[in-house]
Ligand binder design. Sequence first.
Ligand code: ARG
Length: 458
Amino acid sequence: MWGGRFAGGPSAVMREINASIPFDKALWRQDITASQAHVAMLAAQGIVSAEDAETITGGLDRVAAEYEADGVPEDWDLEDIHMTVEARLTELVGPVAGRLHTARSRNDQVATDFRLWVREALDRADAGLAALQHALVARADEHAASIMPGFTHLQTAQPVTLGHHLMAYYEMIRRDRSRLADARARMNESPLGSAALAGTGFPIDREATAQALGFDGPTRNSLDAVSDRDFALDYLMAAAQCSLHLSRLAEEFVIWASQPFGFVRLPDALSTGSSIMPQKKNPDAAELVRGHAGRIVGAATALMVTMKGLPLAYSKDMQDDKPPVFEAAGLIDLSIAAMTGMVADATFQTGRMRQAAELGYATATDLADWLVTEADIPFREAHHITGAAVKLAEQRGLALDALPLEDLQAIDARIDARVFDALSVDASVAARASYGGTAPEQVRAQVQRAKADLESKT
Ligand code: ARG
């Protein structure tokens, strides 16, 4: 391509270190789409003839058909997808192909192609997360009144409802989707026509190419446009934060599926067996989602470090932007799909969950609250009295509400028989009816709000 300036060819190492075709061939559709928008604009502006534009567009259609059928050939001498497409176009339509690169550079070309690719990845992640939200809402609705222990420090804290627990993840995913939407709105500007760095002297129409490619408009500064990778970073950081949420949910399933917990049976379709221990059913998909979060965070870190300290405008370091984005996109898409299947098809062992809530002194706070409300005892003192009751119940191996009234009264005479109404796990969750609380009526209200949100977005 630049033979005019060079006396010798590249060394084997140069060829290898320079070649991005092994990974950027993933951009072939975007490259062809952007080239077709570009050449249509060149024709409309009278920069190339209508006839040449037609030849080039038809040739690009043929290249697309070839790649669709047989994949993209990898010739390291052609470096990247942009030169690979152009070289094939030249073979197919002859020297007229050379007019395609008028008023553009690979710098604005790659920035445009990659934005188009990332925009699709954003939309894909958003659609996947919408499906996950639907699954969470459906299961939360079903389990609005199913009782389980709520934990802090992974120690039984207070009874909650499973629906409440699942809706907590709905909220995390809601924020993830809002981050993706922000990223999309910010990235949707077209770099095409920024050329190498300074813009071009040809009378191009950047509005036209922006519109043809579904962008809101052209980027405002050509130096920034060719050297900006914020759009990829925004995507990676949204994906990284999402992966943290998915990893936390995955971890819940790993814990819940373990035999001592026994809160959930995982779908067979998302579990594996052991080659030696016949009884095993392992939560591999959940563990891999947990593991993938590390790689997705790593991808975000990799690109941040690549971009750090690059002077304007384009530098070849930026070719390294693609592998982390491609890797993270594959991993986040899979992670979302795996967790959606897990939530949709898990069998929650509600009897076991309720039993765990009943055994863990989860209603101790309810006893303290009762002493405050019914016996007018200051909370700190009530806390102390309740501690003594828990200690006694523990010594006897009994649940709190199984302690005889006389024993409770021996601890504090102000306790009377009405206390037992407050000590059941059902009474405990029903009492927590503050906005956003765990009471079944509140969970159902959360579910209704979520359904309305999801409805309004489709
Ligand atoms: N393959 C390159 C990349 O991915 C395309 C841009 C090349 N530009 C250049 N001036 N060498 O970044």
